[in-house]
Design a protein around this ligand. Structure first.
Ligand SMILES: Nc1ncnc2c1ncn2[C@@H]1O[C@H](COP(=O)(O)OP(=O)(O)OP(=O)(O)O)[C@@H](O)[C@H]1O
Length: 257
């Protein structure tokens, strides 16, 4: 298994309070790392720490985030900006907040691709259409001219994933990507991540509070509790041989459900 991203001993504080404590976590090429934990356990803050998009009040006080043999915490702001759009891609819970309402879908592809590649308008258009076909969006040629508000939440989520596919991101960080969607769209987005895993070499970090999603999609699982990862295992060991009492409780509560 090839490591793509490694978080080592990462601690984040807001004021005196530890939001994340000594986090160790590894994402591998072609595998889905599921992060599960109750509300407030630090899942979203961990995603933002990796992307270096933490709220201003939060401070990384210790640790490393290793990507391509570099500690992302040591790279310049401009290099991190380039990594953020090109290599590390964050897929949010609510896709509408990620789009600019006065820009067409084509403009979003254009801005995102032009920031990292030298391409003609025609090339960008073709890449956008191909990426939207890959995520099963109907009639991509027509969609290019639409504004975000003209698309449903499920469609926008797929456009967001298409944007990441177009730039060939190496890491997808998806924070509860299906929570705001109806059941049909949830299923489609999960199937899409499954395909990305098998058809690209990306590592996927998938935050969820849903054990069903973990069972369906994750290869590895990290369980968060009060800002710490208390269990990090492959998905079979997670379900069959949990080590931490909190994980056991989490699994039992599902059985009772
Ligand atoms: N902007 C902020 N300022 C101060 N504290 C924050 C901020 N955002 C989050 N926190 C705190 O950081 C901790 C971790 O929050 P986080 O949002 O990462 O949890 P989570 O596991 O993603 O929860 P959820 O499943 O509800 O999204 C919580 O104690 C939360 O109150």
């Amino acid at each position: 298994m090839e490591k793509v991203l490694e978080v080592k001993d990462l601690t984040v504080k807001i004021g005196e309070k530890n939001i994340l404590t000594s986090i160790n976590m590894t994402a591998y090429k072609g595998r889905v790392l599921g992060i599960i934990g109750e509300s407030g356990s630090g899942k979203t803050m961990l995603c933002h720490a990796i992307m270096q998009s933490l709220p201003a009040a939060a401070q990384i006080t210790h640790g490393q985030i290793i990507y391509q043999q570099e500690n992302l915490l040591d790279v310049s702001a401009s290099k991190m900006r380039a990594y953020r759009g090109r290599h590390l891609s964050m897929i949010m819970q609510n896709p509408s907040t990620a789009f600019d309402s006065i820009q067409t879908i084509e403009s979003h592809f254009r801005e995102s691709l032009k920031a990292h590649f030298v391409m003609t308008k025609k090339e960008i258009r073709q890449i956008a259409i191909d990426a939207m076909y890959k995520v099963n969006l109907p009639n991509p040629e027509k969609l290019l001219h639409y504004y975000p508000f003209q698309l449903s939440g499920g469609m926008l989520q797929r456009v967001m994933i298409a944007l990441s596919l177009a730039i060939q991101a190496s890491i997808y960080i998806a924070d509860e990507p299906t929570t705001a969607l109806d059941t049909v769209n949830q299923k489609q987005v999960l199937t899409l991540f499954d395909r990305i895993r098998s058809e690209t070499e990306a590592a996927i970090i998938l935050v969820t509070h849903d054990l069903g999603v973990i069972a369906e999609l994750a290869d590895d699982v990290a369980v968060m509790y009060q800002g710490e990862i208390i269990e990090h295992a492959n998905v079979y060991d997670f379900f069959d041989a949990p080590q931490h009492p909190y994980t056991m409780k989490l699994l039992q509560s599902r059985i009772m459900f």
